[in-house]
Design a protein around this ligand. Structure first.
Ligand code: FES
Length: 156
C-alpha cells in the first residue's frame, strides 16, 4: 500500500516548474505527478500544456497513450500481473481471468470498494517462477488466487 498526496493544483504547479526545463518534459512531469498523487488527473492536462506551450490535445494524447499513467486514483492495493510469455506458458491467462472475475474488474480498473487496482505488466524478471506479480511493489512468484487473497488480506 502506497500513501499518495491528495491532488493539489499548487503542488502540481511546483512539480511542473521543477521539470519544465527538461528536454521532452511531458513524460517526466507526468511521472513525477503520478509519483506524488498516484495518478495524473485530467485537471493536470491544461496546466502541463500551458507550461510547455503545447496543445491540450498533445498532452492528453500522451497521457492516454501510456497505460502506465493512471487518470484516476488507484486502489489501496495495486496488483501488477505479468502477461508476458513465460508467465503465460504456466497459466497466467487463466489465472488473470479468475482474478478479474473474483474482483469484478478488468485491466486498469479498481474494485468497487476502492481496495484493489489491477494492472498488466510485461515481464518482471521472475520468469522462472511464474505466474509472477508485483503486489504493492513486492515481487510474488507462483501466484495463485489463494496467495493473492492472502497478500491482500481478503477472504474472497
Ligand atoms: S514473463 Fe512473467 S516475469 Fe518474465
Amino acid at each position: 500500500m502506497t500513501a499518495y498526496e491528495p491532488w493539489n493544483a499548487e503542488r502540481a504547479s511546483q512539480i511542473i516548474a521543477e521539470h519544465a526545463a527538461l528536454e521532452g518534459a511531458t513524460l517526466p512531469i507526468m511521472h513525477a505527478m503520478q509519483e506524488a498523487f498516484g495518478h495524473v488527473p485530467d485537471a493536470a492536462v491544461p496546466m502541463i500544456a500551458d507550461a510547455l506551450n503545447l496543445s491540450r490535445a498533445e498532452i492528453h494524447g500522451c497521457l492516454t497513450f501510456y497505460h502506465d499513467f493512471r487518470r484516476q486514483p488507484a486502489g489501496r492495493h495495486v496488483v501488477k500481473l505479468c502477461r508476458a510469455e513465460a508467465c503465460q506458458s504456466v497459466g497466467a491467462d487463466a489465472l488473470h481471468a479468475d482474478i478479474k472475475r473474483e474482483l469484478n474488474v478488468d485491466w486498469h480498473e479498481t474494485t468497487a470498494d476502492g481496495e484493489v487496482t489491477i494492472e498488466p505488466v510485461f515481464c518482471l524478471g521472475l520468469c522462472t517462477c511464474g505466474p509472477a506479480a508485483l503486489i504493492d511493489g513486492k515481487p510474488v512468484g507462483a501466484l495463485d488466487v489463494g496467495k493473492l487473497r492472502a497478500a491482500l488480506g481478503r477472504s474472497h
